[in-house]
Design a protein around this ligand. Structure first.
Ligand code: KIV
Ligand code: ZN
Length: 515
């Protein structure tokens, strides 16, 4: 079996998805989960693009030990230096440096001749190799580049010190047969190709990113670049879970395998979806809610007689929990702490104390507290650990079909004072939001509101996701509670707090360079 390295770019290309803006704590939480999942390389961001990206890439490089952490850089010495400062504390510092090689990009974007591009690529790889033990070089828009030009530049950057050559289908244009040809052509025509690994990086504009990545593997790629849930620029990147499970289930065909812990897939997908606010479609392969649901009578009958009639992937393979009851209201702190550890969280005593109290409250209201509930409570505590400028203390809502909904809310403001306000609305949620807006005393536009339950059942926890515009800055927020109005209020306040936290770190005003 050929061992395929998994290069995850959820925190870089994935974070370039429209509307996604992860904060520092969320990026660290995702990086830790990627490490748990066993990805070989984590692309943590683009250090030179903003101070915020620099800080999170540095923190991830300094924290993660089980995966190699990398960051993206253009072919500029200044950016390579900044990347080194961010990545040097990593277990295996790695730079990902790129330049475009297609005629369209060289002429219109770079305004450089092919010879100038070769020179810039070679110089950047040589410069990076003086510091980084591993340098990956990418030919942006490789799949629309001239093949013989690719052969020429790849040979030169390998000589300059690149140990991984990445071939991106930047615009999601290629077909499986064509990308297969590119990889096989490079394998057969670059004289020093044995000194480097070939990598595929596919976008999904025509819905072929996963198929293209697999075709690249069939033709010599030893690394795939992908994102959790396939999030990414425009239509997204190749989805990690689909590639990993295809290689596992069809190992007989691909003769290739990854080092991933596949049973961490579902949890990673849920975490990324929760923190990015990008919902996973029900019918999404491997991680969608319907991926293991058999609806038609004939299928159900077949599965009851013999699972393999209609099920090629078992839910257990990817860690879809049976949602069994894990702890109850009589469970003690010790058992709770052990469960949190088993779920993969490293939490401080203070965090355990706080979440244990919430767990006890939940266990009083809810018959069965599941792993998913504990995961939701823990995630909320971990990522909500940034400064809470505003905090909801009490909510009272008056609703009846014949009267005007009214909310009364008590909240702690940034000066630590307890303030109370009341307002009406055409519905209960609107009344809550009008009241919060009154307390925050600034116009807040609600741009998106979504609600879902964490588990099934009438007593399930509610999870609300909102997108708001506050002080001309757009932000998302989440809130989890047993009651939908409380979850709605928490999500709204969380979005405002996130903006104030970003402002405080002076990240908002920066123009992040998105490539
Ligand atoms: O899609 C792309 O070309 C990229 C490169 C920067 C690797 O993301
Ligand atoms: Zn990309």
């Amino acid at each position: 079996m050929q061992r395929i390295n998994v290069f995850d770019t959820t925190l870089r290309d994935g974070e370039q998805s429209a509307g996604v803006n992860l904060n520092f704590e969320e990026k660290i939480e995702i990086a830790k989960q990627l490490e748990r999942l066993g990805v070989d390389i984590i692309e943590a961001g683009f250090p030179a693009s903003s101070q915020g990206d620099f800080n999170s890439v540095k923190a991830i490089a300094d924290t993660v030990r089980g995966s190699s952490v990398t960051g993206l850089s253009r072919s500029l010495q200044k950016e390579i230096d900044i990347s080194w400062d961010a990545l040097k504390g990593g277990a295996e510092p790695r730079l990902h440096v790129f330049i475009a090689t297609s005629p369209i990009h060289m002429t219109h974007k770079l305004k450089m001749t092919p010879d100038q591009v070769v020179e810039a690529a070679v110089d950047s790889v040589k410069y990076a190799s003086q510091r980084f033990p591993h340098v990956q070089w990418s030919a942006e828009d490789a799949c629309r580049s001239d093949l013989d030009f690719l052969v020429r530049i790849v040979e030169k950057v390998i000589d300059a010190g690149a140990s991984v050559i990445n071939i991106p289908d930047t615009v999601g244009y290629i077909t499986p047969q064509e990308i297969g040809h590119i990889f096989s052509y490079l394998k057969h025509n670059v004289p020093n190709i044995d000194k480097a690994k070939l990598s595929a990086h596919c976008h999904d504009d025509l819905g072929m990113a996963v198929a293209n990545s697999l075709a690249a593997i069939e033709n010599g790629a030893e690394q795939v670049e992908c994102t959790i849930n396939g999030i990414g620029e425009r239509a997204g990147n190749a989805s990690l879970e689909e590639i990993a499970v295809a290689l596992k289930i069809r190992g007989d065909f691909y003769q290739a395998e990854t080092g991933l812990k596949l049973n961490e897939i579902k949890r990673t997908s849920t975490l990324v979806s929760k923190l990015t606010g990008m919902a996973v479609p029900n019918n999404k392969a491997v991680v969608g809610d319907n991926a293991f649901a058999h609806e038609s009578g004939i299928h159900q009958d077949g599965v009851l007689k013999e699972k393999t009639t209609y099920e090629i992937i078992t839910p257990e393979l990817v860690g879809v929990s049976s949602n069994r009851m894990v702890l109850g209201k009589h469970s003690g702190r010790h058992a709770f702490k052990e469960k949190v550890k088993e779920l993969g969280y490293t939490a401080t005593e203070e965090q355990i104390k706080k979440v244990f109290k919430e767990f006890k409250e939940l266990a009083d209201k809810k018959k069965e507290v599941t792993e998913d509930d504990i995961f939701a409570l823990m995630t909320e505590e971990k990522i909500g650990s940034a400064v809470k400028y505003y905090e909801v203390e009490t909510i009272q809502v008056n609703y009846g079909t014949t009267n005007i909904p009214t909310a009364t809310i008590t909240m702690t403001n940034p000066d630590g004072e307890l303030v109370q306000e009341a307002a009406t609305g055409s519905g209960s949620v609107e009344a809550v939001y009008n009241t919060l807006e009154r307390i925050i005393n600034a116009p807040i536009v609600l741009k998106d509101y979504r609600i879902q339950s964490i588990t099934g059942g009438r007593d399930a926890l509610a999870e609300v996701y909102v997108k708001v515009l506050f002080n001309d800055v757009e932000s998302s927020g989440r809130g989890t509670a047993h009651d939908v109005l409380e979850a709605s209020a928490k999500a709204y306040v969380n979005a405002v707090n996130r903006i104030l936290n970003r402002k405080n770190r002076s990240e908002v005003a920066e123009s992040k360079v998105h490539i």
